[in-house]
Structure formats: structure tokens, C-alpha cells
Design a protein around this ligand. Structure first.
Ligand code: UD1
Length: 365
């Protein structure tokens, strides 16, 4: 038998990874990978954007089935300091992976205060409780949105941030990054890793967990898969006149399982104090029409679409330079656009209405 690995040494200790927002799309896939790597996992989620199951959110019940392991779950809002403190008293926490946030771009324009309060005050409350309890390792779910309109491509981590961000959601990610940088500059015993995600899509290969947006999807891939499965009549392609090879927007789509594994690759960094920043993407850009094409191949369904006006706030092209993550974390995306489409389609076919039962009368929600 092989000797103990770094992962199962950790498992023999009683330390846990605390995952905020662990019932959501990226969160649930990360919890699954953590469990598979023998970590003990505790999730805090307020279920604002995740389906309730029995005693746990539906996504986490599925994760338990897929891994054969248990997840500890606490329904709590990060703004509720006493609830957070109670959870922190129950465990010895190795690292916090912080996903919990509101994330609908359009809604953030209509409800900026709600977004600033949830995403920023929620984070500062979490940080205060962490400090009180002596937990000073954090991995933060940031976004390529902090780069605003890119000055050069591919975008690396040195690219300026905070300029020309077009919505409050994006600004909350930028502001939290700045708060975390200031904290690391002032208090040298913190270790914070900012992971800037490009466009996470796809689903676990089982098709049992995946992206389950509330109402009409804002993002491309879930919209395409809902058209493919017959929940929506057609896709609107926002803009056909960009300065890109086929005129449609180009993005760096990243398989959610690769992204989840990026968090595990970042875990060793938490023993090094300071603020570490990594892009997580594939480094390749695909246009909207290329995504439609790949999805049609994967699903063998015709995706009806119509090219309409540009969506305000969109940029023509955005894709990542991910060489730093490869050099320093030994992480590199492994899965292709075809894998992303095939897994998204498997999830959508098996779960036409996501984690929810079909709506009454068959009308969509
Ligand atoms: C969007 C958000 C970004 C957020 C990210 C989360 C905006 C302006 N940006 O990024 O802040 O971090 O999601 O994943 O909303 N498209 C269509 N039809 C659709 C939907 C999208 O043509 O129904 C196009 C878009 O114009 C874009 C591409 O598909 O060219 C990708 O869009 P989307 O999935 O919304 O991601 P981003 O805009 O990159």
C-alpha cells in the first residue's frame, strides 16, 4: 500500500474547509472535489439562489450521493454575525472558501444597495468573525469582471482592475478584492487567494449537479441549454457586429469541474501569508456562434437563435492568460468546449427544471 499522501494526512486531522455559498453552482462542484480529496467540508448557505432539499440543499444531497460522503450544512446569512460565530465555534477551520454572493448583473443595476450590502458587508462580517476565531486563510471567488474593458489580450493578473466596470455586481467583486489586499497589507498573518474566474460552464459528468438559474438565465450557456431542452423558444445573440472573427462576442469558457479543481490547487498557497492572485480560465476564446455550434453537436438539437442588438456593458473579447496558475499552482484546465457542452446537456436533459419539480401546468419559471 502507498504511504500517506498530503491529502489524507490532512484528513486524519480534524480540520475542515468552510465553504460559504457551497450549495450554488461553482460551490457544489468544489465541495464535491474537496470530499473526493478527503477533506471534511462544512457549508454555510442562505439558499437565496439554491434549491432546498430535505435537511440539506438539493445540490448537496446529490453531492453526498455522488461521493458517498457527508457534508455538514448550516443555513445562515453572512450578515448574521451571531449565526456565523456559532458555526465557527463548532469546528477547527483550516481555510474558508468564500463563494457566497449575489451575482445577477442586471439585478445589481436595479438593486445596488442590496448587492453592496450582501457582497461587501457579508464579506467584512465573515472576515471579522474569522479574525476573532484566529482563522486567517481565505480563498475568494472573484471574477474576470474586475478587468472591465480589456486593454490587451490575453488578460494577465497585472492588467489594471476597477476601470470601466459597467455594473454594481462587478464593482462588488473589485471592492472586495481591494479590501482583501488592504487587509493583507495591514495584518501580515493573513493568507488570501483571489481566484478570478472567466466563464464557468458545464456540469459534473454524472449530470446530477449543474447550473440552475432562477428565472430566465442571464448567461449564455444555461440559456442555450434551456433552448435545446425546449424550455425556451430561441436564443438572442447579443450583437453580430463586434470586431471578432464572426462578429459575436468572444469569451474564455471554463469547465466548472476544472474550476473546482483550481480551488484545490490553490489550497497549498494558504500556508504562505500575503495576497495571491490567479486567473482561472482556459486561455482560449470562443465566440457565441462557436458555442452554439458546439452545443448543437453535443446535444444533436437545433438551437434556434436570432442576432439582436449588443447587450449594454458587454465587451467584444475577453480571455485569460493562465500561465501564472500553471507555474505556481500546477493547475491547468483539462476539459474542452465539447466536454463543457456535453456535460451541460447531460445535466439539462436529466434535470429539465434543474433541482425543482416541473412547474404546475408545464409553464416555465
Ligand atoms: C457575465 C457578466 C459578468 C459575470 C459573468 C458570470 C455581463 C455584462 N457580464 O459575463 O459580470 O461575472 O457573466 O459568469 O453580464 N450572450 C448572448 N445571449 C445571451 C447571453 C449571452 O449572446 O442570452 C453573449 C454575451 O453577449 C457574451 C457571451 O454570450 O458575448 C457570454 O455572455 P455571459 O454568459 O453572460 O458572460 P459574460 O458576459 O462574459
Amino acid at each position: 500500500m502507498d504511504g500517506p499522501t498530503a491529502q489524507n494526512i490532512v484528513n486524519m486531522s480534524s480540520e475542515v474547509i468552510l465553504v460559504t455559498g457551497g450549495a450554488g453552482f461553482v460551490g457544489s462542484h468544489t465541495v464535491l472535489e474537496l470530499l473526493n480529496a478527503n477533506w471534511s467540508v462544512v457549508v454555510i448557505d442562505n439558499l437565496v439562489n439554491a434549491a432546498k432539499g430535505g435537511s440539506k440543499p438539493a445540490s448537496l444531497e446529490r453531492v453526498e450521493k455522488l461521493t458517498g460522503k457527508k457534508v455538514e450544512f448550516h443555513e445562515a446569512n453572512l450578515l448574521d454575525r451571531s449565526a456565523l460565530t456559532r458555526v465557527f465555534k463548532l469546528y477547527t477551520i483550516h481555510t474558508v472558501i468564500h463563494f457566497a454572493a449575489l451575482k445577477a448583473v442586471g439585478e445589481s443595476v436595479e438593486k445596488p444597495l442590496e448587492y453592496y450590502k450582501n457582497n461587501i458587508n457579508g464579506t467584512t462580517t465573515l472576515l471579522e468573525v474569522m479574525r476573532e476565531k484566529g482563522v486567517k486563510s481565505l480563498i475568494f471567488s472573484s471574477s474576470a469582471t474586475v478587468y472591465g474593458c480589456p486593454k490587451y489580450l490575453p488578460v494577465d493578473e497585472k492588467h489594471p482592475t476597477g476601470v470601466a466596470i459597467t455594473n454594481p455586481y462587478g464593482r462588488t467583486k473589485y471592492f472586495v478584492e481591494e479590501i482583501l489586499k488592504d487587509l493583507c497589507a495591514a495584518e501580515k498573518d493573513w493568507s488570501v487567494t483571489l481566484l478570478r474566474y472567466f466563464n464557468p460552464v458545464g456540469a459534473h459528468e454524472s449530470g446530477d449537479i449543474g447550473e440552475d438559474p432562477n428565472g430566465p438565465p442571464n448567461n449564455l450557456m444555461p440559456y442555450v441549454s434551456q433552448v435545446a431542452v425546449g424550455r425556451r423558444p430561441q436564443l438572442q445573440v447579443f450583437g453580430g457586429d463586434y470586431d471578432t472573427p464572426d462578429g459575436t462576442g468572444v469569451r474564455d469558457y471554463l469547465h466548472v469541474v476544472d474550476l473546482a479543481r483550481g480551488h484545490l490547487a490553490a489550497l497549498p498557497k494558504v500556508s504562505i501569508p500575503g495576497c495571491h492572485i490567479y486567473n482561472l480560465g482556459t486561455g482560449s476564446g470562443y465566440s457565441v456562434l462557436q458555442v452554439i455550434d458546439a452545443f448543437q453537436r453535443a446535444s444533436r438539437q437545433k438551437i434556434k437563435y436570432q442576432v439582436v442588438a449588443r447587450r449594454p456593458g458587454d465587451v467584444a473579447s475577453l480571455y485569460a492568460d493562465c500561465s501564472l496558475a500553471e507555474r505556481e499552482l500546477g493547475w491547468r484546465a483539462q476539459l474542452s468546449l465539447d466536454d463543457m457542452c456535453a456535460s451541460a446537456w447531460r445535466w439539462q436533459q436529466k434535470n429539465k427544471y434543474g433541482f425543482s419539480p416541473p412547474p404546475d401546468g408545464g409553464a416555465d419559471h
